[in-house]
Ligand binder design. Structure first.
Ligand code: GZL
Length: 352
């Protein structure tokens, strides 16, 4: 009897200890503790309009990978705001952990960002900025200072003309703008227009949107050539892809493009392809706009996950790349910025 009682008790203890093991698993051992919970990020991307955008998307996809503990829902809006708005609503439906928005233009976001706020989903704005009535509609923004980019480019043009003893000649400029209403377009156009006001011999002949694409940049350049012919001295392209299109149009029309030619082309983004054109002088100045925002957005999300405060706005430091070292640095708003004379070696050291 005694032996039987001991056997029953031992069986009961074993059963209890097994149950306890099972319950420790079910009460959330490391697997369910939440530490390893995959974070779902809904990213509404502008489109695939430029080399810059391609590099930006690559940076986001490489950062928010499954291997890094994320599920990235990537939506390409094909440069249409209505597509971005429906993507954000989709992310809300899917109850993502974070919404990241690269807004095609600055206005028109209040309603959908209010829906995200009501759903208690933090929104991070990346690259271009949004103009909203209540800045609590987004948690943080990281991107470039586009007006500073424009000012740096024009400060270089001023120094370049002085170095070439052309600072008292009449300088006719055309501006192939980016997507109208995009922060990058607004800032770069403002930078140019402010500089034109400061230089009585600079004349802004025309400005028209090239929509940040090579095809539209070429089309706009062709129409400006028809209208102004050889009067054009400087083509101010608000991104590299527009510059590629403008250079094709100018070359086809018989212009010599470059420092010793009929016209000089300035650009923004400093993509590998853009900097390659800087080494051969086709683009005389390329002002950097850095697209590698993946790690910057991740840093914001990591801080939010750890309940740390994040900066509302974070600007990215950026360089200036020229075809030669005629101008070694420029000063804008009291701050000096070095100019990098661009070589193949410089390009080989860059990440995009
Ligand atoms: C700038 C970015 C712009 C790039 C273009 O941050 O928004 O959009 O300058 C891109 O190349 O299309």
């Amino acid at each position: 009897m005694r032996k039987k009682l001991v056997a029953v008790l031992m069986t009961a203890c074993m059963a209890l200890s097994l149950a306890a093991c099972g319950s420790s698993k079910s009460t959330g051992g490391s697997a369910d503790s939440g530490d390893n919970k995959q974070i779902t990020v809904g990213f509404s991307q502008v489109g695939a309009e430029s080399d810059w955008r391609t590099a930006n998307s690559k940076s986001m996809k490489e950062t928010f990978s499954e291997a890094n503990g994320y599920k990235l829902i990537f939506d390409d809006a094909q440069q249409k705001q209505e597509n971005q708005i429906s993507a954000i609503r989709n992310f809300i439906q899917q109850e993502v952990d974070y919404i990241v928005l690269a807004p095609v233009t600055e206005s028109g976001w209040d309603t959908v960002l209010k829906e995200a706020k009501d759903a208690k989903i933090p929104v991070i704005i990346v690259d271009r900025m949004v103009k909203v009535s209540d800045d609590s509609l987004y948690t943080a923004w990281v991107g470039s200072n586009f007006e500073l980019e424009g000012k740096k480019a024009c400060a270089w043009l001023d120094a370049y003309l002085k170095a070439n003893k052309k600072d008292s000649e009449k300088i006719n400029i055309v501006d192939i703008q980016g997507t109208i209403g995009a922060s990058a377009q607004i800032g770069r156009t403002n930078g140019l227009e402010a500089a034109v006001k400061e230089h009585s011999n600079w004349n802004l002949l025309a400005k028209e949107s090239g929509e940040f694409t090579q095809a539209k940049g070429q089309e706009v350049m062709e129409s400006m050539i028809k209208q102004y012919g050889k009067d054009i001295d400087v083509v101010y392209c608000e991104n590299d892809n527009e510059a590629f299109g403008a250079i094709d149009a100018l070359t086809t029309a018989g212009y010599k493009v470059g420092p010793d030619g009929d016209v000089i082309v300035m650009s923004f983004d400093s993509t590998n392809a853009g900097l390659t054109d800087v080494t051969n002088g086709k683009i005389i100045l390329d002002t950097e706009c850095n697209p590698l925002h993946g790690p910057r957005v991740k840093e914001i999300i990591d801080k939010l996950q750890a309940n740390q405060t994040v900066d509302k706005q974070q600007y990215v430091d950026e360089e200036i790349f020229a075809a030669d070292d005629t101008v070694k640095s420029v000063t804008v708003d009291g701050k000096e910025y070095a100019v990098t004379a661009t070589t193949k070696d410089v390009i080989s050291k860059r990440a995009y």
